[in-house]
Design a protein. Structure first.
Length: 586
């Protein structure tokens, strides 16, 4: 794949107070919004097949939150000399590692300031609506809010590579366990409908992202409660306002709602699935009716089998389905749910068929213990399952662990660069990839982590041209709200002997075989193999303590390595002693 930029030199990272010094070469701006590639499982930006990987430092980089500016990404000034703002420091760190993705949220069903500050008060310009204490006016829009929003997206567009911003329109559950009455959509927090005093209230959090009543028709769905009907009208007006404000940006796409079908434990029952799909289609049509031509991409975040099995009923403007976490384990027992990896494994060339949608992984575990080493496993495995978007949502953006994750993600994009993703034709499944037999059945017990874990992998192929495999040895945590991989390292080192079958070429061809780890920029070892078109070529990997990637690309003459065997090479030591992922699996 030819990506639209190369990773920036890491020397830029030490110039954090001089971020603009790294922008001497102006990036090439796209004229049209990011869209689907001719291979619809990938994206296309600036006429190039693109995958997105990045890190979001919380959800409100366009809001002043002075108490959070040194850890989260906020709109506050962090350098009085240069005028640099917190969000610019964050986007600069993405740029330094060649990353190209972040997200922000528009309408939360809560007030971040009222929940956090003492005495309670909204943060300045924290909502898209005007505010006169103690009420928001849902009929009037805050021009400063939209100016700040514009500034954040403009800054993302100025970066090289351009940073694509996923704009999440609604979040129903944010603040739910703290104090849902802080929401502008609560009747005691707004001035009513059109200033006439009629109540605006979704009555239950779930109705922010679902009609009250579903319909067998995907364009149906109704509300019967007057206060919800009022809220729905104002909700549609807000969507139109946001889309009009952002329609000129090529570097955005929309996610309609965050976790609409993943109801917090011990709370209200999930919405009626058809009513929720009806509402998503209503919002998708509202976006399309107010958008530019060509339009921006629209994503949904669905996790329940009930919703995913009805994905054929989504509005045609919806092109991306996002998942969260490696695994979901805190859902109501009556609902089958899928984390991001089971989502792609079950619904793209999997047991539940193949959705005609692009797949994203746009939230990993951020609290109480952020995913660090496990993040590279989930990101690399997801992308090597033909995922197109990975976002390591992380509220510890500035700390060393998050910096390590950005390095792992930058190397992932570098790893994919030589592969023509637009020609990837099939996600691999089974006990081993069809072109690389012999993977270990499971991990082995070590002194560093319990229990034994198992081998996980993802693989893609461009037949007769290029192939890629990533494998890791991990266990899945079972503590509520963890949802993440924990590495199972081997002090002696794992080692794989694989039988490679790279296509059905006639005559002899030569492949470069790169063995790569997310720990370092250079391959652990590179070797050359000759393929005659029949049988298989056996190769043995370097020893590795946790994870390893394999990439095959055609080569000839001086472009081929001189080595023919990498079995004696050794990849870097296990990183578990450095970051919180060192804790054992329960």
């Amino acid at each position: 794949m030819k990506m639209h930029s190369k990773r920036q030199p890491l020397q830029c990272l030490v110039l954090a107070t001089l971020a603009y010094a790294c922008l001497a070469v102006a990036p090439a701006h796209a004229t049209n919004p990011i869209t689907l590639d001719t291979n619809p499982h990938y994206l296309n930006y600036n006429s190039q097949t693109t995958v997105l990987a990045g890190m979001s430092g919380d959800d409100l980089p366009h809001v002043l939150r002075p108490d959070l500016k040194d850890t989260f990404c906020t709109f506050d000034v962090v350098n009085q000399t240069t005028g640099q703002r917190s969000y610019q420091r964050c986007s600069f760190r993405l740029q330094a590692f060649g990353l190209n993705k972040m997200q922000l949220w528009i309408s939360l069903n809560s007030s971040s300031g009222l929940e956090r500050l003492t005495p309670p008060a909204p943060y300045q310009d924290e909502q898209p609506f005007t505010y006169s204490a103690p009420l928001w006016n849902l009929n009037s829009y805050n021009s400063t809010y939209f100016s700040n929003l514009n500034a954040v997206i403009t800054d993302a567009l100025s970066r090289n590579p351009n940073i694509i911003v996923e704009v999440v329109l609604f979040d129903p559950w944010n603040g739910y366990h703290d104090n849902p009455s802080t929401s502008p959509w609560s009747p005691g927090r707004n001035t009513g409908f059109n200033g006439n005093g009629n109540t605006v209230d979704f009555t239950q959090n779930r109705y922010m992202v679902s009609y009250e009543h579903g319909s067998g028709n995907p364009d149906g769905g109704t509300d019967s409660t007057p206060s919800i009907q009022n809220a729905r009208i104002l909700q549609q007006r807000l969507v139109a306002q946001v889309v009009h404000a952002l329609k000129g940006f090529p570097n955005i796409y929309y996610e309609i709602a965050n976790e609409p079908d993943l109801v917090p434990a011990n709370s209200q029952t999930p919405p009626d699935t058809m009513a929720m799909i009806n509402w998503h289609n209503f919002i998708a049509r509202t976006i399309a009716a107010n958008d530019s031509n060509p339009p921006h991409l629209i994503a949904v975040n669905m996790m329940t089998q009930n919703a995913l099995n009805l994905a054929s009923l989504f509005d045609s403007n919806i092109k991306i389905v996002n998942g969260h976490y490696v695994e979901l384990i805190n859902s109501p027992s009556s609902t089958i749910t899928f984390g991001a990896l089971p989502l792609i494994e079950n619904y793209w060339n999997g047991p539940n068929g193949s959705l005609a949608l692009t797949f994203g992984f746009n939230e990993s575990r951020s609290v109480p213990i952020p995913v660090i080493v496990g993040a590279r496993a989930e990101a690399w495995e997801f992308m090597l399952n033909e995922g197109s978007v990975y976002d390591n949502y992380n509220v510890n953006f500035i700390d060393p662990g998050s910096a390590a994750v950005r390095g792992y993600l930058g190397r992932l994009l570098t790893f994919l660069q030589p592969i023509s993703l637009t020609n990837i034709n099939w996600r691999q499944n089974g006990s081993s990839p069809g072109w690389a037999g012999g993977l270990s059945a499971s991990g082995t017990q070590t002194a560093e982590d319990q229990p034994t874990g198992k081998t996980y992998w993802g693989a893609i192929q461009h037949p007769n041209h290029s192939y890629a495999l990533y494998l890791h040895h991990s266990c899945l945590t079972t503590i509520l709200n963890q949802h993440r991989y924990k590495p199972v390292c081997s002090s002696a080192g794992y080692q794989e002997t694989l039988q490679l079958v790279p296509g059905k070429n006639t005559g002899s061809v030569t492949y470069k075989v790169d063995w790569i780890t997310p720990d370092q920029d250079a391959p652990v070892c590179s070797q050359v193999i000759s393929w005659a078109g029949t049988g298989f070529v056996q190769v043995t990997s370097p020893k590795y303590p946790f994870d390893l990637a394999l990439r095959l690309t055609l080569c000839s003459g001086s472009s081929c390595p001189t080595l023919t065997d990498c079995s004696t090479a050794q990849s870097p030591a296990c990183p578990l002693n450095t970051y919180p992922d060192a804790a054992t699996c329960p």
